[in-house]
Design a protein around this ligand. Sequence first.
Ligand SMILES: C[S@@+](CC[C@H](N)C(=O)[O-])C[C@H]1O[C@@H](n2cnc3c(N)ncnc32)[C@H](O)[C@@H]1O
Length: 206
Amino acid sequence: MNDTQIMPISGDLLSHSLFFPFLFLILLLVVVSIVYSTWCNGISPMPTSPKAKETLLSGLPPGVSGRVYELGSGWGTLVFPLAKQYPFSQVIGYETSPLPYLVSRIWQMALHLPNVTIKRVDFYTMKLNDASLIMCYLYPEAMVNLRDKFQEELKPGTWVISNTFAIPEWTPETILEVDDLYHTKIYLYKVKLNNNTASTNTDNTI
Ligand SMILES: C[S@@+](CC[C@H](N)C(=O)[O-])C[C@H]1O[C@@H](n2cnc3c(N)ncnc32)[C@H](O)[C@@H]1O
């Protein structure tokens, strides 16, 4: 007679033994997703710092009434405060990185701001000719590419605000300096007639 007993595995034991591998798998997926989209986009989804956000929001141009675009809206750090600051404008965030996009959409549902739209698209593929204000926190090469896009698409009077990275060859109206370790600069540009060549593109459907 074989008296070896097979002990039944309790649900508790199973769920405890699966908890850490499951957590590890989730963290791994988060890290892989962020590293992969950083590699694809050339920039991590690093949010604007609280001090830069405060400086930026206090220095926003008044009287903006048309569409506001955030190019690379990340986790939603700026898109929601912008929507509050400009309640009569439609504020549109474009973001390709899946995880920040997902988190910002969850925030959007929680905050119920009717004037916010966030889309998972590459901003280079979207027309910006109806913008009144454009916000970005990107990287030097993107500012070169965007300068050409801005010159083709933006109408005179459009504001372009860039955290940290200046637009080469453009002269800012104002430079805000953040009271942080790096004295981060925020550049505010207003498109002039002579650095804008066309604006007869089709509308973006939101
Ligand atoms: C430094 S983060 C800034 C996030 C946010 N704007 C903020 O200030 O908190 C730059 C974001 O731009 C996104 N991004 C970069 N290139 C993009 C592109 N071509 N289309 C859409 N999003 C892009 C990145 O995924 C990243 O989330």
